[in-house]
Design a protein around this ligand. Structure first.
Ligand code: CTP
Ligand code: CA
Length: 239
């Protein structure tokens, strides 16, 4: 599908989008993963490129063709995704974390394939992954504080607009509001799970919460339309 007729309102901007779902290795052939298809993240990358942005798409285990005009960085695990996102964020005007990042990973990765024996298997010990979105929010807070205390009055670039995603099943708005505050992001796109809107479906619907306290409903529609609606909310926040 050719994306025509869009404003070029992201021209001269660098946007970073993460998409897909991370895989956390158990051994050389097995992993802990999730059902994210990457469709919404790819739609965000595709529409941003169509609106003139330079796009870095950090893709975790996505089986989709590269979107036209995006630089694609492929990663597997949460730790790899963190490295790629934080590096690209250095020069970004906006970072959108659409990827489903595993909250936990196996504490150790077996170098050899785990074999079954007559005994019951050992439990898999999990440790927490870093929260990349919270880290981006923390970095932004620190950069803004440094600018205010005029440690670097001029010169250093403005920190990026930070956008998180969340899928909630109950108390959607209350949970979303708490998550936005906890992560220190500027916008949180809260997906309504259910109503046939699930992983891998072509449609999406969301409520976007802003750090200023506002909320905007994005009606059910194709993921490209939802992506455009998200960029419509991001552009006014760009310096
Ligand atoms: N996220 C992240 N790093 C993680 C986990 C999540 O950057 N280790 C990002 C996701 O990309 C998403 C947002 O945080 O943009 C919200 O993810 P979600 O799983 O809803 O939030 P969690 O804080 O992990 O809370 P929950 O207990 O509900 O899973
Ligand atoms: Ca999570």
């Amino acid at each position: 599908r050719v994306l025509a007729g869009r404003p070029r309102d992201l021209a001269g901007r660098h946007v970073v989008v993460s998409a897909g779902g991370t895989r956390e290795a158990i051994d050389p052939v097995r992993f802990i993963g999730n059902r994210s298809s990457g469709l919404q993240g790819y739609a965000l990358a595709r529409t941003a490129a169509a609106r003139g942005a330079e796009v870095t798409l950090v893709a975790a285990n996505v089986a989709l063709p590269d979107p036209a005009g995006a630089k694609v960085v492929r990663v597997e695990s949460a730790l790899e995704l963190r490295e790629a996102v934080l590096a690209a964020a250095e020069t970004a005007d906006a970072v959108v974390m659409a990827a489903a990042v595993a909250d936990f990973r196996p504490a150790a990765r077996s170098q050899t394939k785990i074999k079954k024996s007559s005994a019951e298997p050992d439990p898999i010990h999990l440790v927490k992954n870093p929260d990349i979105l919270a880290e981006l929010g923390e970095r932004k807070r620190a950069a803004l504080a440094a600018a205010v205390s005029s440690a670097r009055p001029h010169g250093s670039r403005r920190p990026p607009v930070i956008v998180g995603f969340a899928a909630e099943t109950d108390d959607v708005l209350a949970n979303g509001r708490a998550k936005l505050a906890r992560k220190g992001c500027d916008l949180l796109v809260v997906n309504q799970v259910g109503d046939g809107l699930a992983f891998g479906t072509p449609d999406n619907a969301a409520v976007v919460l802003s750090a200023e306290g506002g909320s905007v409903e994005i009606p059910r529609g194709p993921k490209d339309d939802v992506a455009d609606a998200v960029w419509n909310l991001v552009t006014p926040l760009l310096s």
